[in-house]
Design a protein around this ligand. Structure first.
Ligand code: 4UU
Length: 534
């Protein structure tokens, strides 16, 4: 194995709340924790901490505490931070739900997670309420942050000013959050991350991400996803920086908010880098406040990254992570001037990695430390205090992903160089990333098989003209059936969240399968990479 080239960091044996807010310096209390990028409303650290405790008090009064799961389904608004940390402060577990989900998708997560309470916002209430009522969650347990007839609002709960409860749990084993991820195979699963996992990943990320209290950090990456959750809601707040929230991506609004709020540090996924490098609108805004743009959640093209650096006159960085790793495991250090963008940087402190042949499990040889050599490519495995406890209620998937010695299979193919930088070569697992959002092929394949004209189907990720991944379906029709690609795509669109839309269709005679009936995605990908007729 190889270890992080960085010295270990200390990981306090505390809850997320105690780590982030327990020892806050009095001089930090009046700093601004959150700015609403839409309205400009400001929340100080003093106000945020007061709200977190008041919400924890109201949750405890409603009987919510250790052992309960509370769902949080909202776009990035400042109140998200209150609710997220309030749930954890009360000792309950937060399951964060994608704001793009339809009623069926929300219901599936609520049921699987065993959520007994839900926080949402009024624009998302129709689908949230349909899902909650289908799961037997009563209307007084569906709290609407901005208020709605027949439901409690967040301010109703906060105005009760109840003291936070005394809760006790072991940070190492108590599940703080349950984000959903399909991992290396299958449908989305609840990823059990402990308080220690989250606390560890904040401490491990501090040296390489280099955030400081004076940073104004644009919070456009969704808080429900582990990237926004750890890097924005936990890490940025632990540094006493200011988060500027944006509920949904829109390029003009994104540029306006950076300009008007003088944002200094901007976390993105690669599709935003494409816009920053190429879109004419970028020239119409003053982005001189930005010192760093940090990309993660999907591969960043190095040339594209350089183009962003040059156009904005800032530094570009890249990190790599995975929900099951809380999520950050690799990052190009903030301080590494002139660092190449062809890697995801070095392994975070307190972590060990292995690169193994995915077929045989044999470990590759690692280059000598400091040499210019690069190892052979293989599957990246990671161990450390940020590795998840396991998948909720799915021991089989846990066993397949997590080795007994604590190493987690990432499902990504990587190499390591003598300088400790890791390069992600390709994705071995079936997961598709659309704009950084997870799309599980297994879910779309099951849906397609329910279409009356379809005999068999397989879904993989292919690259669009901008080099970004999009879901493509290979479809075998039932004998005598006829349906157009457009009709099929429209049929799927009606049934899934927008990021899961099928954006390409190919009609084929058969889906390549192994003897055991597994879809041979490799063969589909290879056929895709070879232009037709060659
Ligand atoms: C190539 O996307 C994430 C977490 C992203 C993240 C968070 C904090 C990146 C940097 C950071 O600092 O989690 P998931 O679970 O949604 O998706 C995980 C998968 C990986 O297994 C890999 O296939 O997303 C892909 N991925 C990347 N691939 C994530 N980051 C990268 C990357 N290059 N930089």
């Amino acid at each position: 194995m190889f270890t992080s080239p960085h010295p270990d960091v200390e990981i306090p044996d505390l809850s997320v709340y105690d780590t982030l807010f327990g020892g806050i310096a009095p001089s930090d209390l009046d700093r601004i924790a959150l700015r609403d990028g839409t309205t400009g409303a400001e929340t100080s650290y003093r106000q945020l901490i007061g709200q977190i405790n008041a919400l924890a008090g109201a949750l405890a009064a409603a009987g919510i505490g250790v052992g309960d799961v509370v769902a949080l389904h909202a776009p990035n608004v400042p109140a998200f931070a209150t609710v997220f940390h309030g749930i954890l402060r009360a000792g309950a577990t937060a399951t964060t739900v994608n704001g793009l989900y339809n009623a069926e998708e929300i219901e599936a997560q609520l049921r699987d997670a065993g959520a007994t309470m839900l926080f949402t916002v009024s624009p998302l209430l129709p689908q949230a309420w349909a899902a909650a009522s289908a799961c037997g969650i009563p209307s007084d347990r569906v709290v609407v942050l901005d208020g709605a007839e027949g439901h409690a609002s967040l301010s109703d709960l906060l105005l009760r000013r109840l003291p936070a409860p005394d809760v006790s749990f072991d940070p190492a084993t108590h599940v703080a959050v349950l984000p959903y991820s399909s991992g290396t195979t299958g449908r989305p699963k609840g990823v059990m991350l402990s308080h220690r996992n989250l606390v560890a990943n904040v401490q491990q990320s501090i040296p390489q991400l280099g955030m400081v209290a004076d940073d104004r950090i644009l919070a456009v990456l969704p808080f429900f996803h582990i990237y926004g959750m750890t890097v924005l809601l936990n890490l940025a707040l632990s540094r006493r920086a200011s988060l500027v929230t944006m509920p949904r991506f829109d390029l003009a609004e994104f540029l306006r908010i950076i300009q008007d709020f003088r944002c200094s540090y901007v976390f993105i996924a690669p599709p935003i880098a494409v816009a920053l490098a190429k879109h004419p609108l970028v020239d119409e805004f003053d982005l001189s406040s930005v010192h760093t743009i940090f990309s993660g959640a999907a591969p960043l093209d190095a040339t594209l990254g350089r183009a962003v650096e040059e156009r904005l006159g800032c530094r570009m960085r890249q990190g790599y992570g995975m929900t099951e790793l809380s999520p950050v495991s690799h990052a190009i250090a903030f301080q590494a001037e002139g660092a190449s963008l062809d890697s995801v940087g070095t392994t975070l402190p307190n972590m060990q990695c292995r690169i193994v042949d995915p077929e045989t499990g044999a470990e590759v040889d690692y280059p000598a430390e400091g040499s210019d050599e690069e190892s052979a490519a293989g599957e990246l495995l990671c161990a450390g205090p940020n590795v998840m406890l396991g998948y909720l209620g799915n021991e089989e998937a846990t066993r397949e992903t997590l080795e007994d010695d604590g190493f987690l299979h990432t499902g990504d193919i990587a190499t390591v160089r003598g300088d400790g930088t890791v390069r992600i070569i390709e994705r071995l697992k079936e997961l598709i990333k659309y704009h950084g959002y997870q799309v599980a092929p297994a879910e779309l394949e099951a849906l397609l098989l329910g279409h009356p004209a379809i005999a068999d189907a397989a879904v993989i990720g292919v690259l669009d003209d901008e080099g970004q991944e999009v879901p493509k379906a290979f479809v075998v029709l039932q004998p005598g059936q006829d349906v157009t690609a457009e009709a099929l795509m429209a049929w799927v669109t009606e049934r899934v969240a927008p990021h899961k839309k099928i954006r390409r269709v190919a009609f084929v005679d058969a889906i390549p399968k192994s003897a055991s009936g597994k879809i041979l995605r490799k063969d589909l990908r290879a056929a895709e990479a070879t232009p037709a007729g060659s």
